[in-house]
Design a protein around this ligand. Structure first.
Ligand SMILES: *[C@@H]1O[C@H](CO)[C@@H](O)[C@H](O)[C@H]1NC(C)=O
Ligand SMILES: *[C@@H]1O[C@H](CO)[C@@H](O)[C@H](O)[C@H]1NC(C)=O
Ligand SMILES: *[C@@H]1O[C@H](CO)[C@@H](O)[C@H](O)[C@H]1NC(C)=O
Ligand SMILES: *[C@@H]1O[C@H](CO)[C@@H](O)[C@H](O)[C@H]1NC(C)=O
Ligand SMILES: *[C@@H]1O[C@H](CO)[C@@H](O)[C@H](O)[C@H]1NC(C)=O
Ligand SMILES: *[C@@H]1O[C@H](CO)[C@@H](O)[C@H](O)[C@H]1NC(C)=O
Length: 361
């Protein structure tokens, strides 16, 4: 059983107040603030007859789109083979759904009237380029969804109030220096499924509030330097990382979730002090080539090491000393798919791993 979705659910339930989690949309669940009147991704689409709506809805609506009466600020133009932006976008538009079309680009004034736009959905189009300057005047714009397009670079000049930017599964190879310079409020940046081989020194400059960075599924061979150090969640799974240096994570004092599964990590590339970070809660090292359990801090709670080449259970990886207060806080340990069996566990391991909840071996 994979326990990770379960953990996520538990974490989500704790903070539900006026929020509801929508479907998983672009890597992380979408938080809908019903009090603010935010519509869901799917919400009313397809449930009402657009002809009826058009007859009773007195508000203007682009011909190609649907405008639900219940959410006058939402315009649904998704999944209808559009190759360009519908004209006559009403100025009341705050949520614009354009995903699943064939749009390759925008006219320079395409968003000129959409001054109140808050969320822009452009997933699954064929955007080749986007001049972020088109959007730079949109001071209310907080979420942009551009996953699964054909972008080769990060749009420059995006509006500075942006909080979430999703650019997963494009063809982006590099980030021009300063592309994120003004995005001081950005908390989520998805870049998985692109073509990064390296990360430039100034690429992420300006991302002072970034909490979640996903760079999984790229072509990174070495652990990138110059990542935004405020991040709490850093995902680098499915790259070609061979090792970690002692200072790879230096300065990342807020880092809680680190995912490095499906890489090429080997013992000789791993500095023993690489994971010496007390903020770390979850560490995923599954599907690598490790033969030893790396040294982790006693504060770590979830360690995933399945599908490696580990042949020995070293208690010292978890505990340097064992005493009333010195023990490992590991709750879940995954070791299945290694070269180790349950009967090979040393007798003293329970003293160290005394709050262990589940072990997979
Ligand atoms: C913006 O609004 C003005 C005035 O309503 C209109 O003339 C113009 O065509 C609109 N532009 C776009 C791109 O929709
Ligand atoms: C942004 O606003 C400035 C100043 O009002 C204006 O000159 C410029 O044309 C606007 N840009 C866009 C893309 O609408
Ligand atoms: C975008 O990429 C898809 C898949 O790689 C491809 O089929 C499509 O032709 C591309 N579109 C453009 C406009 O290049
Ligand atoms: C950034 O967020 C702060 C706090 O929510 C807000 O006061 C500020 O206006 C935002 N900055 C921009 C450029 O929108
Ligand atoms: C990583 O790659 C493996 C094997 O190709 C695949 O099964 C897995 O879904 C990928 N994970 C992510 C997060 O892309
Ligand atoms: C881990 O870091 C602490 C301080 O942050 C230091 O005292 C300790 O020696 C380090 N341990 C290793 C194994 O690098």
């Amino acid at each position: 059983m994979d326990i990770r979705p379960l953990l996520l659910l538990v974490a989500a339930c704790e903070s539900v107040v006026a929020y509801t989690v929508d479907q998983d949309y672009g890597g992380v669940p979408l938080w809908i603030n019903r009090l603010l009147g935010e519509p869901s991704v799917l919400s009313l689409r397809g449930r009402l007859d657009p002809r009826w709506l058009r007859a009773v809805n007195t508000q203007s609506c682009p011909l190609e789109c649907e405008c639900p009466i219940q959410w006058p600020t939402a315009i649904y133009c998704d999944s209808r083979s559009l190759v360009q932006m519908p004209s006559g976008l009403p100025s009341r538009t705050q949520y614009l759904f354009l995903q699943g079309n064939g749009i390759t680009g925008f006219a320079p004034e395409a968003f000129a009237n959409a001054t109140r736009l808050r969320w822009l959905f452009l997933d699954r189009n064929q955007l080749l380029r986007l001049d972020g300057g088109l959007l730079s005047n949109l001071t209310y714009l907080v979420h942009i969804f551009m996953n699964h397009n054909n972008l080769t670079e990060v749009p420059a000049g995006l509006p500075s109030g942006l909080r979430q930017l999703r650019l997963a599964y494009n063809n982006i190879e590099k980030i021009s220096p300063g592309a994120f310079q003004n995005l001081h409020n950005l908390t989520l940046l998805l870049l998985q499924g692109n073509r990064f081989k390296t990360i430039g020194e100034n690429s992420f400059q300006g991302l002072l509030a970034l909490k979640m960075l996903d760079l999984s599924h790229n072509f990174l061979k070495t652990f990138p330097r110059h990542l935004p150090s405020a991040v709490e969640q850093l995902y680098l799974s499915n790259n070609s990382l061979a090792g970690m240096e002692r200072d790879s994570l230096q300065g990342f004092s807020n880092l809680r979730y680190l995912r490095l599964g499906h890489n090429q990590l080997q013992d000789n590339g791993m500095d023993p002090g690489a994971f010496n970070l007390t903020s770390l809660v979850e560490l995923d090292l599954s599907y690598n080539h490790l033969t030893q359990i790396p040294v982790v801090t006693t504060s770590l709670r979830y360690l995933y090491l399945e599908a490696n080449l580990i042949h020995k259970f070293t208690v010292s990886s978890f505990c340097r000393t064992v005493g009333p207060d010195s023990y490992s806080r590991i709750r879940i340990l995954r070791l299945e798919g290694n070269k180790i069996a349950a009967h090979q566990l040393p007798t003293d391991w329970v003293m160290c791993l005394r709050v262990l909840h589940q072990i997979f071996i």
